[in-house]
Design a protein around this ligand. Sequence first.
Ligand code: SAM
Length: 230
Amino acid sequence: MPFELNRVVPWGRSYDEYVRMFDLRDEQLGQRILGCADGPAAFNVELTHRGGQIMSCDPLYGYSPTEIQARIDECFELVLRQTRNNADGFVWSETIPSVEALGEIRRQAMDAFLKDLPIGRSAGRYVAAELPDLPFRDGAFDLALCSHFLFPYDTLGLDFHRQSVASLLRVAQEVRIFPLLTLDRRLSPYLNQVVQMAESIGCTADVVPTNYEFQRGANRMLVLRNVVAR
Ligand SMILES: C[S@@+](CC[C@H](N)C(=O)[O-])C[C@H]1O[C@@H](n2cnc3c(N)ncnc32)[C@H](O)[C@@H]1O
């Protein structure tokens, strides 16, 4: 189905959340990173300020900052209302103590992204591209991250998941995917088949606990590695 802005709910996480979701240490932060389906997250902005090498891809980047801002404004209160109505499904902690704090953290991240988008796009840091076919050369990245796109949306189907993960493994030496749950907090029905596909093309696959849990129960990532260096 072609990507349309009015069907997407833009929602972006902060740099700190990425670091915790993917357990990123100095070693990984110094690598050539692809943020796939990064949307309006602030990971690219902040890592660039810290001297990192990052490229983000998302079909959202085909739209202007004004169009994206308008769509964020349209969806923002609705997402917070849904979160409030489903508050038991989330872990409220010092980091995100309330729905209001969540709104503030997400708004700051998305504002930082919107400000960075024009300059980042000119610099080639934001590329309008979409899974399952990525327009990057084999082994272009050391690490590909995919936050809150593969696995949560099980309506995308098994073939889409398998093809997307194969593409990520083609362009990056290592792939980390978080979370492993669907939006209604079930373990993704595609996890096992994705792992089998990765192993069948000679990769290792590990489910690894992370120091991040906001959606209740979502505290593990999938780490896939090409065993032979490209
Ligand atoms: C829930 S957001 C996650 C944003 C960011 N990764 C984060 O965790 O804050 C999902 C993102 O997936 C993007 N998306 C939708 N279809 C896509 C596709 N086929 N390939 C890559 N990204 C896609 C959307 O535009 C949206 O920005």
